[in-house]
Design a protein around this ligand. Structure first.
Ligand SMILES: Cc1cc2nc3c(=O)[nH]c(=O)nc-3n(C[C@H](O)[C@H](O)[C@H](O)COP(=O)(O)O)c2cc1C
Length: 236
């Protein structure tokens, strides 16, 4: 059982990294394997918006580090995503990384489906920090064909002081790390999580996309169809 911590701040010992590492340490103490990915160290190019992942299942960009990171995520049981708030949004490094999962992920939930996720954000002020923490885990929460499980999220306004001096926030990060670890170990199902969103998905969104995917299964949605079929998520 393994949890991957993704840090998108360029500050290796900054606020976001400190909280993600605190959460990972708590998970480790609960017996899980952990791995830290400090995104700034990797070469991750922008999504080209070519949509070829929908038909081929592959990204046209092959000369960067994304595929390597993709495989690490694919083989993990849990993911903690940590981003700083830049202009009331996740910073560009995290966005660039998440966008590379492409519409293939949006329509198949191939990487995040069934996984446990937790979001962490830090900010100077309070405004927008929770929104940023939640937005990092949206990729799992709002999955169409197979949802991920949200263990929790944490948004901390630092007010200019380094988070390492903020015992309350470190404690919350530790609790979040422990929670995701226990969720993985206990296979927590969160039956009622995002219940209204899931209801809308079930009656409206998924059937609509299913039709489109089936219609295009030999063409531009070939890889999406084959992936869903292989996982028993769409009829043959
Ligand atoms: C380009 C940039 C934009 C930022 N935008 C905001 C913002 O809109 N609101 C806010 O409260 N803090 C903002 N901040 C402050 C950071 O979110 C905050 O210092 C954060 O904890 C930095 O995380 P780090 O130490 O992990 O790098 C911004 C910082 C930078 C560098």
């Amino acid at each position: 059982m393994k949890i991957v911590g993704i840090i998108s701040s360029p500050n290796k010992y900054g606020n976001t990294a400190t909280l993600v590492r605190t959460a990972l340490k708590a998970a480790e103490e609960e017996g899980l394997k952990t791995e830290e990915i400090f995104l700034d160290k990797y070469n991750i190019k922008y999504c080209r918006g070519c949509l070829s992942c929908m038909s081929t299942g592959k990204c046209i960009i092959s000369d960067d580090d994304f595929k390597k990171l993709y495989n690490i995520i694919l083989n993990a049981d849990g993911v903690i995503l940590g981003a700083p708030n830049y202009g009331y949004s996740m910073n560009a490094i995290m966005r660039t990384f998440l966008e590379r999962f492409g519409l293939f992920e949006f329509m198949t939930s191939n990487s995040f489906g069934g996984k446990y996720v937790a979001g962490i954000a830090t900010s100077g002020g309070k405004k927008g920090v929770i929104k940023v923490a939640k937005s990092t885990i949206n990729i799992a929460k709002s999955a169409m064909f197979k949802r991920g499980f949200v263990s929790g999220y944490l948004g901390v306004a630092t007010r200019g002081e380094h988070i390492k001096n903020n015992k309350k926030s470190l404690y919350k990060a530790m609790k979040l790390g422990l929670k995701i670890a226990l969720d993985i170990k206990g296979k927590q199902k969160y039956k009622y999580q995002n219940i209204s969103g899931r209801f809308m998905n079930k009656i409206l969104i998924k059937p609509m996309f299913k039709k489109v995917i089936l219609k295009n299964k030999e063409r531009n949605m070939k890889a999406i169809y084959e992936n869903l079929k292989e996982r028993g998520l769409i009829e043959a």
